[in-house]
Design a protein around this ligand. Structure first.
Ligand code: NAD
Length: 362
């Protein structure tokens, strides 16, 4: 039986190919851009130089002061930078932090964005913006921030170190898990999410074994594209609310936090989302990773690729569990399992410990 759904998705032009960084200037031109502001972080400097060379006199300026979680002050500086050079298009090069800064500028200026992602975060495919002020992260959706073109070039991910690749891959996986159990997921999005899980579960161990394996990098980036697509088109649940809280309030690194929490969010929801759990087990099985249940499959993947499986290991203090749980609960996340304060506490407690998830989470 097909469950009721509303399928209402935005359109983004997606270019996926090795070497496609060479097409950035064409895509800027296609959008009518004559004065681009290039936003990129320090690690992306060599690729930024390539893009700057391509753009030539269409490059109006560069913004390189990228900071994780988009502090409002940084967003303001980036908006001013765009205005100072009279930019008419934004090029976001890098991980979710670069994309996030470009989105903050687009939110204010409505300039079109060409995104060139270099991690698996997925922000490039969404209308979601995020900003942090006074220790609280605020997110919202606005069509103005959705990149008009996304250029996925697996070659740009070859330099992403194994540990960052593993954590970022688990961040992508978390979008797919929560998309699969989102109340509004349509059958076509569910099939795409399942394909994304299969691609990531197959690719990430190969990426970590050999970060220079371009085929594995391509498969992982393909999974990350699907993950970003699902993040942008399906509502997310308690897991994303927890990770935003931990990032915004305790400044924990984004991808490692997702990695540490997702197995326990899966375990928390397991009895309430049987179809999603079956899809996850099936997808992991297709990638050659059979497991007795979805939470175990997720946890074993993180363990095998050396991604964080516990909040304790990434600097979260157990003394903050009650406070964090209260913030998450107050945010009343939409989630298959009703979210109460004790439930979030127990989820955070399990994620803090990081043990193999067994049975039902109280
Ligand atoms: P990030 O952008 O901070 O990148 C992590 C680190 O990897 C940085 O030091 C960066 O310089 C480095 N790096 C990136 N690409 C590299 C490469 N190819 N080679 C070597 N080093 C490289 O982190 P992230 O995990 O990509 O993104 C996290 C941010 O994105 C968070 O602020 C999160 O909230 C946001 N986000 C937003 C959305 C959304 O839809 N709005 C979705 C996902 C993530």
């Amino acid at each position: 039986m097909v469950r009721p759904f509303v399928h209402d998705v935005p359109a983004t032009r997606v270019i996926f190919a090795n070497g496609s960084i060479a097409r950035v200037a064409d895509e800027v031109h296609r959008l009518g851009g004559k004065r681009a502001l290039l936003v990129s972080g320090r690690s992306e400097a060599p690729f930024a130089a390539t893009i700057a060379g391509q753009l030539g006199d269409r490059l109006a300026g560069e913004f390189t002061d990228v900071v994780m979680h988009v502090p409002v002050e940084t967003a303001r500086q980036a908006v001013n930078a765009a205005r100072d050079v009279d930019a008419d298009v934004l090029v976001a090069l890098g991980g979710g932090s670069s994309t996030g800064i470009a989105k903050a500028v687009a939110l204010e200026t409505h300039l079109p964005v060409v995104a060139v992602p270099t991690t698996y975060a997925g922000s490039e495919m969404t209308t979601i913006w995020g900003m942090t002020e006074n220790g609280r992260k605020t997110t919202g959706r606005d069509a103005a921030v959705l990149p008009r073109t996304v250029i996925y070039d697996p070659e740009l991910t070859l330099t992403l170190p194994a540990d960052l690749s593993a954590a970022s891959g688990m961040n992508a996986l978390a979008h797919l898990v929560e998309g699969l159990y989102a109340p509004s997921v349509s059958p076509v999005l569910a099939a795409q999410a399942e394909e994304g899980v299969r691609a990531l579960a197959s690719a990430l161990p190969r990426v970590v074994a050999d970060p220079a394996d371009l085929d594995a990098r391509g498969d992982a980036l393909y999974g990350a594209w699907l993950a970003g697509w699902i993040l942008g088109t399906c509502g997310m649940g308690v897991h994303h609310k927890i990770c935003h809280t931990l990032g915004g309030t305790y400044n924990l690194a984004h991808a490692p936090t997702h990695s540490a929490v997702i197995a326990y969010a899966t375990q928390f929801n397991e009895p309430y989302a049987p179809e999603a759990m079956n899809a996850l087990v099936r997808a992991f099985g297709s990638a050659g990773r059979s497991a007795p249940d979805a939470a175990t499959a997720v946890w074993e993947l993180a363990r095998d690729i050396g991604a964080p499986t516990s909040l304790g290991s990434i600097g979260f203090d157990a003394a903050s569990i009650d406070e964090a749980a209260a913030i998450v609960f107050a945010g009343s996340p939409t989630n298959p399992r009703p979210v109460d304060l004790d439930g979030v506490r127990s989820l955070l407690g399990a994620a803090y410990e990081g043990a193999r998830p067994v049975g039902r989470l109280a």
